[in-house]
Ligand binder design. Structure first.
Ligand SMILES: NC(=O)c1ccc[n+]([C@@H]2O[C@H](COP(=O)([O-])OP(=O)(O)OC[C@H]3O[C@@H](n4cnc5c(N)ncnc54)[C@H](O)[C@@H]3O)[C@@H](O)[C@H]2O)c1
Length: 300
């Protein structure tokens, strides 16, 4: 096999694995930790029909938790449940729109009836697109993104937290984004929703702390959930300190940790899972919406 290292300024650098062909996004390098306290716990994961949410649901099922799989797509929610059941895990589908309070109420009623009170709620459902420049943005676009991303978190927390409190406590994990602190171009609504999620996480941690409910957030970096082509993957990876884009399973360890008693003195916190992305200034080469693509003055 070719030597994957290279000499720059007299220093020997390891060539990023994605450049050597040795990197497989599906492979995990280390053995997985076990969190025995999560066994038989009731875990609700929203937006778990695909992407990060699906990976989280599968991993919690592997930890022997009872997993309730929500998604707005009924087919995708049942798809995740089927995968879990095939590998011997325990799961039910609770399809529904997290931004509609009557549907959220029904979802949690179904979970509590089948599995008992929610022990861990992971508010993962979110709308990532479409991107719209502020001059092209519409009120409907703004409202839908805020409704799903932010109000959805509020509604699910309300539906789960009282049962958690009566049951002696629980853990809530919200899903932020780098956009909460460092903006993306043409993502005004998304970034506002994620900034809101981080503020909501801190405020809710104060209200729920006395009931032994911890509230934290995960902040994923650039995670490939759509199957980027190898060129995009390489291009984006080069601007990340760990020189690769993230995979959905990169979030599972941090989520297990925040869910488990291992993090019992953590609340109101945001855990970054971004390969070091927010630790550096962003390079122009990773910008996906250059000003050249902005609406022309004569068109606004
Ligand atoms: N992928 C990334 O790089 C990245 C980075 C930062 C933050 N995040 C956050 O992680 C979370 C998951 O993102 P992903 O990349 O896996 O996206 P994804 O689009 O693959 O998954 C989101 C899921 O949420 C579901 N969903 C959408 N609206 C819903 C609603 N109203 N009710 C219930 N379910 C709904 C979708 O059907 C989908 O299955 C999101 O909150 C996103 O903002 C992702």
């Amino acid at each position: 096999m070719a030597d994957p290292s290279r000499l720059i300024l007299g220093l020997r650098f390891q060539k990023p694995l994605h450049r050597t062909g040795q990197y497989s996004p599906q492979k995990r390098k280390t053995s997985m930790a076990t969190y025995d306290d999560l066994e038989n716990k009731t875990i609700v994961v929203t937006g778990a029909g695909s992407g990060i949410g699906r990976s989280l649901a599968l991993r919690f099922a592997q930890a022997k938790a009872k997993v309730a799989v929500n998604d707005i797509s009924e087919e995708d929610a049942f798809g995740t449940v089927q995968i879990i059941k095939k590998s011997g895990g325990t799961a039910i589908a609770i399809p529904g729109d997290v931004s509609v309070s009557s549907q959220v109420h029904q979802m949690f009623q179904a979970v509590h009836k089948k599995y008992g009170p929610t022990n861990v709620l992971i508010n993962n459902a979110g709308l990532v697109s479409p991107m719209l420049h502020f001059f092209e943005a519409t009120e409907d676009w703004w409202r839908r993104i805020i409704d799903v991303n932010l109000t959805g978190h509020f509604l699910c927390c309300q539906a789960a937290a009282k049962a958690m409190a009566r049951n002696g406590g629980g853990s809530i994990i919200n899903m932020s984004s780098g956009g909460a602190t460092q903006a993306h171009r043409s993502f005004t609504a998304y970034d506002a929703s994620k900034g809101g999620i981080e503020a909501f996480t801190r405020a809710l941690a104060l209200d729920l702390g006395p009931y032994s409910i911890r509230v934290n957030a995960l902040m994923p970096g650039s995670i490939d959930t759509s199957g980027m082509n190898s060129e995009d993957r390489m291009h984006r990876g080069e601007n990340i300190p760990l020189v690769r884009v993230g995979e959905s399973h990169d979030l599972t360890g941090p989520a297990l940790f925040l869910a488990s008693d291992e993090s019992s003195y953590m609340t109101g916190d945001v855990l970054k899972v971004d390969g070091g992305m927010l630790a550096q200034q962003r390079s122009a080469t990773v910008d996906i919406m250059p000003p050249a693509g902005f609406p022309k003055l004569e068109n606004i």
